[in-house]
Design a protein around this ligand. Structure first.
Ligand code: PEP
Length: 255
């Protein structure tokens, strides 16, 4: 089955100003055209309109880094999917830094996904195990348990039905994020298999159609190993997406 390839740069709380974000976005758009791979950047929320405007004429998509699960209301500091939808192509939910800092659990991540899909946003759902779980050999079971909650939400939410084709998973082992210690491609494949098997079971969907990205210390040096790995359809890139090497990472995944 052929799935689309996707490489997304997660800029996190960088760069320091809207003007710098626009410059960075333009540099991504100016990189040689990648064939067979969708490229996107996820700037801080405040910079989304400026970056979206800078990329309007380019094929580079714009994603938000998070979204609230409710439609509207008394949720100080939050951004609704309906507010994002006119500006961005998609959204990341369940990033481990958001889980850590905002207390998101799998149920909340599932609710965010359902809301984002209901607004037609491509939705990247992040799952990944802690270092302890990895060392204990429990990576696959942890990501399967996280995926089960998402899968049940997919099965339960009628609004998701029409938008299942916009679900993307990102396997992001927490111990690999920002540490310079990437997982092996073989390990990423095992976890991608676990995600798809669980989605098939709990959501009853054709999980072979769901793209699974790898994220965690992806660099220009290791990108081709993940690009060649069975079951891995792209990358969610943090630190390296702020540098010129992002272009080389995209190139590694292009066909
Ligand atoms: C991320 O934050 O999604 C990520 C993968 O970060 P890094 O590439 O810096 O490990």
């Amino acid at each position: 089955m052929s799935r689309g390839r996707i490489v997304i740069g997660n800029w996190k709380m960088n760069p320091g100003s809207s003007a710098e974000a626009v410059v960075l976005a333009r540099s991504v758009a100016a990189s040689p055209l990648a064939t067979g791979v969708a490229v996107a950047v996820a700037p801080p929320a405040l910079f989304l309109p400026a970056v979206a405007e800078a990329l309007r004429a380019s094929p580079v998509g714009v994603y938000a880094q998070d979204v609230h699960w409710e439609e509207q209301g008394a949720f100080t500091g939050q951004i609704a999917a309906s507010m994002l939808a006119p500006v961005v192509l998609g959204v990341i939910v369940g990033h481990s830094e958001v889980r850590r800092d905002q207390g998101d659990d799998d149920e909340r991540v599932a609710k965010k996904m359902v809301r984002a899909l209901a607004h037609g946003l491509w939705t990247v759902v992040c799952v990944g195990e802690t270092l302890d779980a990895y060392l204990a050999g429990r990576s696959a079971s942890v990501v399967a348990a996280q995926t089960a909650v998402i899968g049940h939400a997919v099965a339960a939410a009628e609004s998701v039905g029409a938008r299942r084709d916009r679900i993307v998973f990102a396997y992001e082992p927490i111990w690999a994020i920002g540490t310079g210690r990437a997982a092996t491609a073989a390990h990423a494949t095992i976890c991608a298999d676990a995600i798809r098997a669980e989605l098939q079971r709990s959501a009853g969907i054709d999980a072979e159609a769901i793209p699974v990205l790898y994220g965690g210390s992806v660099t220009a040096a290791n990108a081709s190993a993940f690009a060649d790995a069975r079951g891995i359809d792209g990358a969610l890139v943090g630190g390296a997406s702020l540098k010129a090497e992002f272009g080389a990472i995209v190139a590694a995944f292009s066909g």
